[in-house]
Design a protein around this ligand. Structure first.
Ligand code: 3UK
Length: 536
């Protein structure tokens, strides 16, 4: 490893040991990284230094920032972090906002100051935020005033989280007031290329959140692999999309990739199919990132979309059925670009471009990555055989102090938890998740976490949660509930339990279907037999 610029060594101290990390591939010429690298210098400051400061970087309703303006905002926030909030390189900064320009400025401010960005899903509640703060030992927070409530509750329980500022706040204590007093000039910390700048949280199958750790060089590596080889966007493109920036699919697609080529990005705080459709028209978007369900719904407006400059559409987060690809092509004339990515890998590692798309297949390993299908013992399987997907590339899984590292990384390969087969032409075909993660409308929902939420209700004796196939959402959350004696399993109870779950965890995790049972199928040792619930 290179000498770190981190003063707070928490991240380095908690990296998985080298022997438990995956092997990294740096074969491509674009993946030769210097010892010192700050991704904010490359993605933001470079454009201003090379004379592109007046080009548009970020747009949002009622707002348009050039690269120079975004740089000034990020520099002011970096100065506030360091001078007023006492940030030292290596500290973790919780970021909390819907997708908007201030969130992007805060993200770059953290990178500039050598901090580690911990972006959080806007819908998370204090319970979930508290776990993230604990696992990541988060010391600072920058939060949109619109999402202040759950963070205030979190702060009460988290003594280590001592420095919090709110933005979109006109008050004298707000971030904007502090920014106005701060200098628009900041000298970026000369971080090591292998200093962490992102902790990306993923809830995994058990629902206990784990942090994936990513370096400055990982950010530049994902910009050097998939975008130039498969997306091939340029400085005149206008990016738009729905994934939250707390999801690395969104961070890459809506911030890192447009900025790597000096393009502009449109940020929408609400980006359901209707708002996305409107946004594409209003801003003349040319490149769109969203999930398969969203494309399916927007396809009804194909005629309208044909009159916009939209030219590239990327689908990820869940499998893209051949029918959704065909529907979108027919409606808009655009061939979707599918790609499988993972929080552990930071972004997409198997994909294709418009010319090489094959219905029902995710594609081939992205340049810079390699992939294979293996059996339980890690032996490579012949084409046409279903097994576990294993990948390697410049990025890979590093869980922060978590025993699950040894399940994800085996013999130097990242095992994503997906069942895949490779055909005779080298195309990879998705089959299923190998674990119990429910993926509903693009959201990852861990079954045990929903079970925990349900069990907190006084009328619930036992429960088991599974994903049920659903044409619209891919999967929906289905709960099997055993009620306490004397409680009645009627429609009113279904509503009561659904509302209860929505109040304790992010509302999108609530069980859309609830079935009442007399007892749950269990093994003799008392373990829930999920496969039996699936079979019902
Ligand atoms: C599933 C897909 C089939 C798959 C992600 C792009 O989804 C992302 O990260 P997550 O950590 O989930 C990873 C898991 O999601 N998946 C994602 N994309 C596809 N399955 N086809 C796809 N195209 O099970 C994978 O293991 O939430 C996606 C970029 C960055 C990301 N973090």
């Amino acid at each position: 490893m290179h000498p770190s610029a981190h003063v707070d060594t928490f991240a380095r101290d908690h990296l998985p040991p080298a022997g438990q990390q995956p092997d990294y591939l740096f074969d491509l010429p674009a993946l030769q990284f210097p010892a010192r690298l700050n991704c904010a210098s490359e993605l933001l400051d470079r454009h201003v230094a090379e004379g592109r400061g007046q080009r548009v970087a970020v747009r949002a309703p009622g707002l348009c920032w050039t690269y120079a303006e975004l740089q000034a905002a990020a520099n002011r926030i970096a100065n506030v972090l360091v001078q007023s909030m006492g940030l030292v390189p290596g500290n973790r900064v919780l970021l909390r906002a819907p997708n908007n320009p201030m969130l992007v400025a805060c993200w770059f401010a953290v990178a500039k100051a050598g901090g580690i960005a911990v972006a959080t899903m806007p819908l998370l509640r204090a319970k979930e935020l508290g776990a993230i703060v604990r696992v990541g030992q988060v010391t600072h927070a920058l939060c949109d005033a619109a999402l202040a409530e759950e963070l205030r509750l979190t702060v009460q329980e988290a003594p280590g989280l001592g420095q919090v500022r709110y933005f979109h706040d006109d008050g004298p204590q707000g971030l904007e007031a502090a920014m106005a007093r701060a200098s628009p000039v900041f000298e970026n910390v000369a971080t090591a290329s292998d200093d962490c700048c992102i902790f990306g949280f993923t809830s995994g199958t058990t629902g206990v959140p784990k942090a994936t750790m990513h370096y400055h060089r990982d950010v530049m590596a994902i910009c050097a692999c998939w975008p130039p080889h498969l997306l091939r966007a340029n400085a005149d493109d206008v990016f738009i999309g729905s994934p939250p920036l707390a999801f690395t699919f969104g961070l890459g697609g809506l911030v890192l990739f447009p900025m790597a080529v000096g393009a502009s990005t449109v940020l929408l705080e609400k980006a359901g199919p209707q708002q996305l459709l409107q946004g594409i028209q209003d801003y003349g978007a040319t490149v769109c990132f969203t999930a398969p369900t969203s494309y399916r719904q927007m396809a009804a407006s194909g005629e309208l979309l044909r009159r916009t400059p939209l030219r590239k559409c990327v689908s990820a987060g869940e499998a893209l059925p051949a029918s959704a690809r065909a529907l979108w092509k027919q409606a808009t004339g655009i061939e979707l670009i599918d790609g499988i990515g993972a929080t552990e890998m930071l972004h997409i590692f198997i994909s294709h471009d418009e010319a090489t798309a094959r219905p029902g297949a995710t594609g081939k390993p992205v340049p810079g990555y390699r992939a294979k299908v293996v059996d339980e013992e890690g032996r490579e399987l012949p084409p046409g055989t279903v097994g576990k997907l294993a990948v390697q590339g410049p990025t890979g899984c590093r869980y922060l102090a978590d025993a699950r590292q040894q399940a994800y990384v085996r013999d130097g390969w990242n095992i994503t938890g997906d069942a895949y087969l490779m055909d005779a032409d080298g195309y990879f075909h998705y089959q299923a998740r190998t674990d119990d993660m429910i993926v509903s409308a693009g959201y990852n929902i861990a079954a045990p976490e929903v079970e925990d939420a349900l069990l907190a209700h006084p009328d619930v004796a036992e429960c088991g949660v599974v994903g049920q196939a659903d044409a619209e959402r891919g999967q929906i959350v289905k709960a099997f509930v055993v009620l306490r004696p004397g409680c009645v399993g009627d429609a009113a109870m279904v509503r009561t339990l659904q509302d209860f779950v929505k109040r304790t965890v992010a509302p999108y995790k609530y069980p859309r279907s609830i079935v009442f049972l007399e007892q749950l199928p269990r093994t003799s040792t008392g373990k829930l037999q999920r496969f039996k619930l699936h079979a019902r």
